[in-house]
Design a protein around this ligand. Structure first.
Ligand SMILES: [Zn+2]
Length: 269
């Protein structure tokens, strides 16, 4: 159930070999191997930041070529920290060439069709993926704290189950790299808000040195998946902190907002 580091054409990314064996390729990109200049160096995939659009286009082309995908069968979203989920088919792909063509008001994408690359983008927020290895159903979701608060992972599972019925205990889930509890200091109001919303939220916070609360977004999302009926042994966590791992990831918090976006991409193969 482990993520594996892969190097190809100068790119470094993480994949899940046991998912690939069952028909889904999942790819957590890093900032390595692209064309961008500081502070977007180098593999920034986000068009909506102030990077050179030509560099972003070249980065996306290089990545998609390495993955064997096609720009016309690529789907991304204008992520808004909401609860919107969209089913992607060959007819409603879009977003490869520009942010304006990406799906509106959407933080989760899923598909039943082979060869469509779903793409979500991050700089500290947590990448989530859900796969049904028998029914060949794959989804991705973007969980910043607002997404976690709104249980975007649960919303994704519900939307997928509305399309093809299944028992959540049959699902495989994955959690990519996001900001870890080491670096995610929050205020007391944040802590109280979560504890009011979720009974088990107290376990998602630590107080290093007895000081301000730190939020563990990975643990929160694993617990929320488990609450939905996903087996804990079927959840693969990458367990890398985007804020600590400056060589590998962009971090909104570390870089004070001026940074690029890495991605979680996935396709049925
Ligand atoms: Zn950290």
């Amino acid at each position: 159930m482990m993520w594996e580091k892969t190097e190809k054409d100068g790119l470094i990314y993480y994949t899940l070999p046991h998912w690939r064996e069952r028909g889904a390729e999942l790819v957590m990109t890093t900032r390595v191997g692209g064309f961008g200049k500081a502070p977007y160096d180098t593999l920034n995939l986000g068009y909506h930041v102030e990077d050179d659009k030509k560099d972003v286009g070249k980065n996306r082309e290089k990545l998609l070529a390495a993955l064997g995908g096609e720009p016309s069968r690529f789907a991304s979203a204008k992520q808004v920290h909401g609860r919107g989920i969209r089913k992607i088919t060959a007819e409603n792909c879009g977003g490869f060439f520009g942010h304006e063509d990406a799906a509106d008001d959407t933080d989760g994408l899923f598909t039943l069709e082979k060869g469509i690359w779903l793409a979500t983008f991050y700089a500290d927020c947590l990448p989530l993926a859900v796969f049904h290895p028998e029914k060949k159903l794959l989804g991705l979701a973007h969980a910043g704290w607002k997404g976690t608060y709104r249980d975007i992972g649960g919303a994704l599972i519900e939307a997928m189950a509305a399309e093809v019925s299944f028992d959540p205990s049959e699902l495989w889930c994955a959690v990519g790299a996001g900001i870890g509890p080491c670096c995610y200091e929050v205020d007391e109001a944040f802590h109280e808000r979560f504890c009011r919303r979720y009974e088990k939220a107290e376990a998602w916070f630590t107080r290093p040195g007895g000081g301000k609360p730190h939020f563990d977004n990975v643990r929160a999302n694993v617990d929320l998946f488990a609450e939905k009926g996903v087996k804990r042994e079927n959840i693969a966590c990458l367990d890398l902190c985007t804020c600590c791992c400056e060589d590998l990831f962009f971090s909104y918090r570390r870089d004070k907002g001026k940074t690029g976006r890495h991605g979680l991409l996935g396709a049925l193969i």
